[in-house]
Each structure stands twice: as C-alpha cells, then as structure tokens.
Design a protein around this ligand. Structure first.
Ligand code: SF4
Length: 404
C-alpha cells in the first residue's frame, strides 16, 4: 500500500506578532509587503487593506525615512478605525535605529521590526546601531525578524569566512562559503539579540536567496542548528511563471519537510498587476500541500482535443469565481466544513473518476449547443444537468450542499 506523505512540522519558538502566532505549531502564516510609498498614508492604507482582504495575515511596510516613520502611526490608526487589526511589520535598513529613536510613536504602531543585519552599519557603529534597534523592540515589547539577504550579506562576516576558507587545506567553492555566511549571519545576530535581552520567543529568522537550491540548503541548515521561528521566502523570485514556479518549488519543498512558520512570495508584479497575487500564491501553496485550507478547492482538467468548445473552461472559471466571491470566509460562514473539493472536468475520460473523488464534481461528456453534464455528490452520480443554465444550476447545487 502507498502511504500518505505526512508533514511533521519542526517545533519552533512561538512568536506573537500582534494577535497572530508564528511558529510553535501555529498554522503557517501568510504575509506580504506593500509597494506604495509608506509616507503616502492613503495609498498605503488602501493597499494594506487590499492585501489583508485577500488573506494576508501580516503586512510589512518599508520604513526608510522620517516621512514614512511618521506615517506608520497614522496608517495604524486608520486601519484600527476601519476595523482592520492586521499586524504591521516595519522594514528597516541603514537608519532604523535613528528613526525608532526620533519617532516615539513608530515602535508602538508596529507589531514587529525587521532588521537586516547586513544593512545596520559598519565597524564599531554596527553593534551600537543593532543594539539600539533591539532595545527599541524591547522597550515596546515587540518581536524582531532577523532578516538576512543574499543581496545585502554582512560583508565583514563574508570576508572572514572567505579568508578562513582560503587558508583551509581543502577550500570549498565560494558559493558554499557564502551560503554558510548567510546562515551564520542570521544565527549570530539572533544570538546577539538574545544577549541584549530579546528572548528567543521574540525572534523570527529569515535568510533569503534568489535561487531555489540555495534557499533549500540555507533553510535546512537553519532548521538543523536552531529552534527559531522561520520566515520563508525566495527573494527576488521574479516575474510571471518563473516567479510562481521558483517560489512554489522552494517553499513547497521546505514546507513538505516541516520547515517554515510564515511565508511570503516575493513576486515582481507587472505594471498594474494586483499585489494580491503574492498572497493568493502563498495560500495556494499551503492549500495544495494540505497544510491549510483557505478556499474551496477547484480541480479542473486542462482540456484537450476532446473538448470541442470553450464551455468547460468557462464553467471552471465561473465556478472558481463563484466560490471565491460567495464564500470569502467560508470556514466562518459554514463552521465545521473543513475542506471542500469541487471538480469541473472536460469529458468522460477522467471526468467521472475525478468527480467521484471530489465532494461535488461535474463532468461534461457533451459540449457544443446542448451540453449534458452528470453531477456527482459524495462519490455518487446524483443528477444530469442539461441546456444553457448548467453553470447556474451547478452553483445552486454547491450552495445547497454546503448549507446541508
Ligand atoms: Fe481531455 Fe477529457 Fe482528460 Fe479533460 S478529462 S484533459 S477533456 S481527456
């Protein structure tokens, strides 16, 4: 017998980001980041709401100058007024220590601070500035993500390891050393934060790279060497299918291994593309792996030469849209319904079989002007729909099924 692949989640410290738990067995959290100018309170608030409405449970915003630092408390206030509790994370580089000191309302308005150890400063200043940021987090009782990044790796750390490697009798390739530098940078900075007084259950770690195999290797090492909660993300994943495929491959592999407590998909949107796609992708990755269920799952075949019209694609699209629009919070709308699988299939080759596996399935053996479509409910053929109102009638069947 073929056993079901099970996922044993790695046990990490539980970190509270506002009301959202990351790690310690909590559901894997979906998060995202705005790309508006944070200083623009209106557009940033709007985008945070758009992301939250799509399912982002935490939203990160850039805090890069005094104007954005002063805008964050106003954004928080506006979100609270509108009833959005979504925790905000401040993304700091270079000047976070100064902004947190100068704008006293900034720290309390944030639910977490993201510090990039490669962009905190150099030499003597570096430790002082890092300490200042950790102290700011301690002062307002906030957790910190130590977020190292391939593109802004701590150069002192990288040089040190490169020198050691060069002196070794059997030097390793440079890429290996840089991956090690990334891991050590994350862990040493987390340890430094703990020495300053930040407890391990207020530390999340990430080590983002842009290549899938590097990411898998780096996060495996982090998981082996620590119990910190891990934020997964493939940085600069890219545009379109490339970004989706690379993100899915990297995150999927690690999540299947039980690694990862919160995820973000760093997709590059094409102009005018909704930022929410990164949220939907994270949800779909988790749902496809059976880790979480966000929406009723629609299974549809790709179609082939047997589908002589576009009717079945249109039906699949209609059903997907119907489920998304009608049941945005289906678990709250229908307590007790843990998952729902709907199959929309193009013909009798795989249609009846796939439909029987789903909770509700429809198979279209006939297309064209007079389509007929057998409907399967809980594995049994329940009825056959005919004519031009198949989509509407199938939607009504789904609604009725869930209501029951
Ligand atoms: Fe083609 Fe039928 Fe398979 Fe769909 S189910 S891909 S229409 S053979």
């Amino acid at each position: 017998m073929v056993e079901l692949a099970t996922i044993e989640r790695r046990l990490t410290h539980r970190v509270m980001v506002g009301d959202v738990a990351i790690g310690g067995g909590a559901p894997v959290v979906v998060q995202s980041m705005t790309n508006t100018d944070t200083a623009n309170v209106n557009s940033t608030t709007d985008q945070i709401i758009e992301l939250a409405r799509a399912g982002s449970e935490i939203v990160r915003v850039t805090v890069n100058n005094e104007a954005s630092a002063r805008a964050v408390p106003l954004i928080r206030e506006r979100l609270d007024l509108l009833g959005w509790k979504t925790p905000l994370v401040g993304d700091f580089h270079y000047n976070g220590h100064r902004l947190l000191a100068e704008v006293s309302e900034l720290g309390p308005a944030l639910a977490k601070l993201r510090i990039n150890p490669g962009n905190v400063g150099f030499g003597d200043k570096r430790d002082r500035q890092f300490e200042a940021m950790i102290e700011a987090a301690l002062l307002c009782g906030r957790p910190v993500r130590i977020g190292v990044n391939w593109g802004s790796l701590d150069q002192e750390m990288a040089s040190r390891l490169m020198d050691l490697n060069a002196q070794s009798p059997s030097p390793r390739p440079a890429e290996f050393v840089l991956r090690e530098a990334l891991v050590r940078s994350a862990l040493e900075n987390a340890a430094q934060a703990e020495c300053i007084g930040l407890p391990a259950d207020r530390i999340v770690i990430s080590a983002k790279v842009s290549r899938v195999q590097d990411m898998i290797a780096v996060y495996r090492a982090l998981a082996q060497r620590s119990n910190y909660a891990l934020h997964l993300g493939l940085t600069e994943a890219g545009m379109g299918i490339k970004g989706v495929a690379a993100t899915t491959a990297a995150l999927g592999f690690l999540l299947q291994d039980g690694i990862g407590d919160t995820i973000r998909a760093s997709l590059t949107p094409v102009p005018n593309e909704s930022r929410t796609n990164e949220v939907l992708l994270c949800q779909q990755i988790l749902q496809s792996l059976g880790i979480r269920a966000f929406l009723p799952q629609v299974t549809a075949c790709p179609g082939c030469g047997r589908t002589t019209s576009t009717f079945f694609q249109e039906l699949a699209d209609k059903i997907q849209t119907f489920l998304r629009d009608k049941m945005p919070n289906w678990k709250e709308q229908y307590p007790g319904v843990e998952k729902l699988n709907v199959a929309v299939m193009g013909c009798i080759v795989n249609g009846p079989g796939e439909s029987r596996h789903a909770d509700i399935g429809i198979s279209l053996p006939g297309t064209g002007e007079n389509p007929t479509a057998p409907v399967f409910i809980d594995g049994e053929k329940a009825m056959t729909l005919r004519g031009s109102r198949i989509a509407e009638e199938f939607e009504a069947i789904i609604e009725d099924y869930i209501a029951r």
